[in-house]
Ligand binder design. Structure first.
Ligand code: PLP
Length: 411
């Protein structure tokens, strides 16, 4: 039988063991420090609120999303099935299947004006997001600074921070008013290593002109910077032309351009995109893709190839359909007293929120509560987005009409 002292000793021992476990657990249960400053998308929180409202039986007019309104084409779906039936289910080269890379290189030459691109300059990625992630990882060292026109697509700042680098926000409005070169100069330092160049832009719908692209290119060359181009919305330009910055003289060598199948081909869930770059960047991208995903699902790559081969006239038709939606939404918002610049590209309108509330989070909450209209507060896209709301118009014409009507009744 254990004595009183044994019991005390045993208790003491247990306490110590418990303490040790707790201490060990506390030491182990922590994240790598480089993730301390990496945020989690606010947009997900809004999406969850919408799901909650819908689950409680309430209708929500959804303008918060960023996904095409139409379904992936039958040809693409068939190509995936066909690839499976033909047992194209083994490991593919981690940079992508040769016929897809060849088709991409061809497209970059004919549609993006990249005359000297070769198959070796192309790598297939798990969507545009992955292409951007590996691009930042490939070029940034701790302490490097990246110039980002703001408002910007939210994940970019976090991707830069995840590479232990620092995002530096360049207000797009100021840059367009004061001149791009002057403004970029103002925000650049000796630590500036790269510039993120997104056109057409999410969330503002801004499309940089050829002249603006040339100014940014000259600045990048002058400062010896790498440009990470994000051309996710290249097929959605309603006014002006899409200019790939890598196609400008002297830019192919210093640009990593990223693309996605998500928006042009309504393939958000398929997770396929690509990057184009010269050496030494391509070696970096290849290592990062190899060790992060070992490439894109083989069957999905065949589906992506089918998308490129069959879309043709659909791309033009879809552009008209988006433009129709844009005009309906922007004019409708204007009639309701929202001040809104006409977006030249992508599928977002970015009106001022002041008609409802100067604080964009407040404004979005009011619209969701009173009109059941879901939007994204502009501040989510950076301080420069405050005072705005993002309305995605990649939705049905009738949905846009119903949303506008709900706003009219509530305001
Ligand atoms: N770049 C921008 C500006 C975007 O808005 C998005 C998606 O919303 C992407 C890149 C990446 O898209 P995905 O990862 O679906 O290819």
């Amino acid at each position: 039988m254990a004595s009183h002292f044994d019991t005390i000793a045993l208790n003491k021992h247990c306490e110590m063991a418990e303490q040790m476990t707790v201490t060990n657990a506390l030491h182990a249960a922590r994240l790598a420090k480089r993730l301390d400053h990496v945020g989690f998308s606010d947009i997900v929180k809004i999406r969850n609120k919408v799901i909650e409202l819908r689950a409680s039986g309430q209708a929500v007019h959804a303008f918060h999303g960023g996904e095409p309104f139409f379904a992936t084409s039958e040809a693409v779906k068939q190509a995936l099935v066909q690839a499976a039936v033909e047992d194209k289910t083994k490991y593919a080269p981690s940079s992508g299947i040769p016929p897809l890379r060849k088709a991409i290189a061809e497209k970059l030459k004919t549609r993006n004006g990249m005359q000297n691109v070769s198959v070796d300059d192309v790598i297939v990625t798990v969507g545009g997001a992955h292409a951007l992630w590996v691009s930042f990882q490939a070029v940034l060292d701790a302490g490097d600074e990246v110039l980002i026109f703001s408002p910007y697509w939210t994940p970019i700042a976090d991707m830069v921070r995840a590479a232990e680098a620092k995002p530096i926000f360049v207000p797009t409005t100021e840059a367009r008013r004061e001149g791009l070169a002057l403004t970029l100069e103002k925000y650049a330092t000796t630590a500036t290593r790269a510039l993120y160049y997104n056109t057409p832009q999410n969330p503002s719908g801004v499309v940089f002109s050829r002249e603006e692209a040339e100014t940014v290119a000259a600045f990048a060359q002058d400062r010896d910077l790498v440009v990470i181009a994000d051309e996710a919305y290249e097929d959605l330009v309603y006014e002006g032309d899409h200019v790939s910055i890598a196609s400008l003289p002297g830019m192919a060598e210093r640009t990593i351009a990223t693309y996605t199948f998500s928006k042009s081909y309504a393939m958000t869930g398929w997770r396929i995109g690509y990057a184009v770059a010269k050496e030494p960047f391509m070696t970096g991208l290849r290592k990062l893709v190899l060790y992060s995903t070992n490439g894109v699902t083989t069957m999905v790559q065949y589906a992506g190839l089918a998308a490129m081969q069959t879309a043709g006239a659909d791309l033009v038709r879809r552009r008209h359909e988006y433009k129709e939606r844009r005009d309906l939404l922007v004019h409708g918002l204007g009639d309701l007293g929202f001040e809104c610049a006409m977006p030249a590209g992508a599928f977002y309108a970015f009106p001022k929120s002041t008609r409802v509330h100067a604080d964009s989070r407040e404004a979005a909450a009011i619209l969701l509560d009173t009109a059941h209209v879901a939007t994204i507060p502009g501040v989510v896209f950076g301080a420069e987005g405050e005072g705005h709301l993002r309305f995605g118009y990649a939705t049905g014409i009738e949905e846009i009409r119903a949303g506008l009507e709900a706003l009219r009744r509530a305001l």
